[in-house]
Write a protein that binds this ligand. Structure first.
Ligand SMILES: [Ca+2]
Length: 357
């Protein structure tokens, strides 16, 4: 039996946006993901595809920041599953034969190769993908001024390389100039707030984290989604029992969560899905889903700093800096209600054109 929509979340009917939205005509986004080592990236790419299909997002491209050969084909598989074969996927080099193995807790399972094999997308071999810098520069060059949101839900290696990139055939601008011209916001899942250590910042490539935080053009807003936000919100379990046809055995997102979490549970922390939701909807456009705004800024001013070689971060309360924020749940929004919204996307049939099930 399906759980009813929490009424506290819903807007009055007359405020819900009209269903005149056109597929792919929403907020332009590029997603930079470490799809491979955690399954919440699948939830995040699911949300991006659903919101692309219902007209709130324009998914221009995906850049993979982990080296396994399975990441890029899995990302392509997710897009194709939702009817978006055209979305280009870039793969960081060198590409390796690495397969996920959980040597932290010896519980989680590999899912990327299974997703790529069972739902093959338009990209079936990572070596055929462009590099992330090539893809970024091409997409940015053709984008409108100050139009794109870049959403980072993994390591910052690709963005550091992009910042360092030089003029090429795609654009006479170097990476920093190109970003300053075309990007209207950077959204980053990483760090802890106001201070702490988190895996995306410190786990693999803290030098790139420090480079991006220190060299990002100060004209572009940055919003951080910290480890503390997603770690208390658990999603994925409800879709296993409430999957709208096709059944869960044929659902790519549900299958990925089953393969990863395993042993009778598909429940997972919700770091990346929340980040992509904000990256597309901002604070205000939750109303276009028919729900009240569910996120808020936790600070008014200041900026983020990397304080140690291990990628630890700390917020500096500088009242003169106003373009950086970190996220929290809006007043009155509970972990349960945010999980309900995330789960609504995970049960979303791939052919359904409206945003919510
Ligand atoms: Ca991730």
């Amino acid at each position: 039996m399906r759980v009813s929509i929490p009424t506290a979340l819903l807007l009055p009917c007359c405020l819900v946006a009209a269903s005149s939205a056109v597929k792919g005509h929403g907020q332009p986004i590029i997603i930079d993901t470490d799809l491979f080592g955690d399954v919440d990236d699948v939830g995040a790419l699911t949300i991006a595809n659903v919101l692309h299909n219902c007209g709130l997002a324009d998914l221009r491209g995906i850049a993979i920041n982990t080296p396994s050969q399975y990441g890029a084909p899995a990302a392509s598989a997710i897009c194709s599953y939702f009817g978006n074969d055209h979305v280009p996927v870039a793969a960081i080099r060198p590409i390796t034969n690495a397969s996920f193995f959980d040597d932290w807790d010896y519980v989680r399972g590999e899912y990327a190769s299974k997703v790529a094999y069972n739902w093959p997308g338009s990209l079936t071999n990572a070596s055929l993908a462009p590099t992330p810098v090539e893809l970024y520069r091409s997409i940015l060059a053709s984008a409108g001024n100050n139009s794109l949101h870049i959403i980072s839900i993994g390591f910052l290696t690709n963005l550091a390389n992009l910042l360092r990139s030089e003029a090429d055939d795609a654009s006479p601008l170097n990476g920093t100039e190109l970003l300053a011209a075309k990007v209207s916001e950077l959204i980053v899942m990483g760090g802890r707030y106001p201070s702490g250590w988190e895996y995306n910042f410190g786990g693999t490539d803290p030098n790139s984290t420090a480079y991006v935080i220190e060299h990002w053009p100060n004209t572009i807003p940055i919003t951080f989604s910290g480890g503390e936000l997603g770690s208390t919100i658990f999603s994925g379990q409800r879709p296993l029992t409430e999957q709208v046809p096709p059944p869960s055995s044929e659902s790519l997102p549900v299958s990925a969560y089953q393969w990863y979490v395993g042993r009778g549970s598909v429940e997972r922390e919700t770091w990346d899905p929340i980040t992509v939701l904000y990256g597309i909807l901002g604070l205000e456009n939750f109303t276009k889903l028919g729900v009240w705004p569910m996120l808020a800024y936790a600070n008014e001013y200041g900026y983020n700093t990397i304080t140690a070689n291990n990628g630890s971060n700390a917020w500096v309360n500088d009242t003169t800096v106003r373009n950086q924020h970190w996220l929290k749940l809006a007043d009155g929004v509970t972990n349960t209600s945010m999980a309900w919204l995330i789960d609504n996307f995970l049960i979303h049939p791939p052919g359904l054109s409206r945003c919510l099930v």
